[in-house]
Design a protein around this ligand. Structure first.
Ligand code: ADP
Ligand code: ADP
Length: 237
């Protein structure tokens, strides 16, 4: 369903991705592990269409993302078309990235009213439903500063989910949280996985990867150096 093919990316003299390939089937959870600086965040930013690769392709349901092909000619998409493609891909960042001047409900509504042009009343209903799904129905009117880190991250998950994405990307979603708040975020992610959401998760939470992931890919220096089912991956001597 999602295929990453020979992705290359460099920043100045640094080659950050040196040809990365993998596939994620529908309903599959893929965990990306590896040392800091190995390119895990970069690959998620490319998949989320926040940056363009130097070479390689990202293919979702058979369609190349980020480019349009007409008459064999390939051109980069305009910002408006990119914004539309991005709604198929939900992204959750390490640092929640909520709007501080909006309450939880309006943070979740924003993409629906601005990008999807959904009416305010429908957006409100759908945002409420998503906040309920992540266990925050009672916090809809709270601003980010009035929420714990775990609650803020669950709002961020609801904000991504409300767009009805085909795939959800998580970039170290719990590593900015106090330890006692990690569990509530992982629980929401595990619930999503159980509901059949297709997910790519960059994480250091080995126990989570072991329990929830269908496959684990190990990054090192801009490449995948090992890929296996969790049992095989973690139990190897
Ligand atoms: P990871 O997520 O595995 O920690 P990253 O993808 O964040 O790795 O980074 C991989 C490498 O790319 C690092 O050396 C980092 O400093 C570099 N890098 C990431 N983003 C940029 C950028 N916007 N400009 C320059 N270098 C970057
Ligand atoms: P992390 O590794 O936890 O993702 P970083 O500190 O590497 O965080 O990166 C934070 C942000 O800074 C990212 O958006 C990344 O793109 C950017 N960045 C990282 N390294 C560089 C760099 N060498 N030059 C410019 N931007 C960078």
């Amino acid at each position: 369903m999602l295929r990453v093919q020979d992705l290359h990316k460099r920043y100045g003299a640094t080659e950050v991705l040196k040809g990365v390939d993998f596939t994620v089937d529908r309903g599959e959870v893929k965990a990306l592990l590896g040392p800091s600086g190995s390119g895990k965040s970069t690959i998620l930013r490319l998949m989320a269409l926040l940056e363009a690769p130097d070479a390689g392709e990202i293919i979702l349901d058979g369609k190349r993302l980020g480019v349009s092909v007409s008459g064999g000619r390939v051109s980069h998409l305009r910002e408006r078309d990119l914004a539309r493609q991005r709604t198929d891909i939900g992204m959750v960042f390490q640092r929640f990235n909520l709007f501080n001047h909006l309450d939880a409900l309006h943070n979740v509504m924003l993409g629906l009213t601005q990008v999807r042009k959904v009416s305010r009343s429908e957006a409100r209903d759908r945002a409420h439903a998503m906040l309920t799904r992540v266990g925050l129905a009672q916090r809809a009117g709270h601003f980010p500063s009035e929420l714990s880190g775990g609650q803020q991250q669950r709002v961020a998950i609801a904000r991504a989910l409300v767009m009805d994405p085909k795939v959800m990307l998580f970039d170290e979603p719990t590593s900015a949280l106090d330890p006692e708040l990690v569990g509530e975020v992982l629980a929401v992610m595990e619930q999503l996985a159980g509901e059949g959401m297709t997910m790519v998760v960059v994480t250091h939470e080995v126990r989570f990867a072991r329990r929830v992931a269908d496959e684990v890919a190990l990054f090192d220096s801009g490449q995948i150096v090992e890929q296996a089912a969790p049992d095989e991956f973690f139990d190897r001597p």
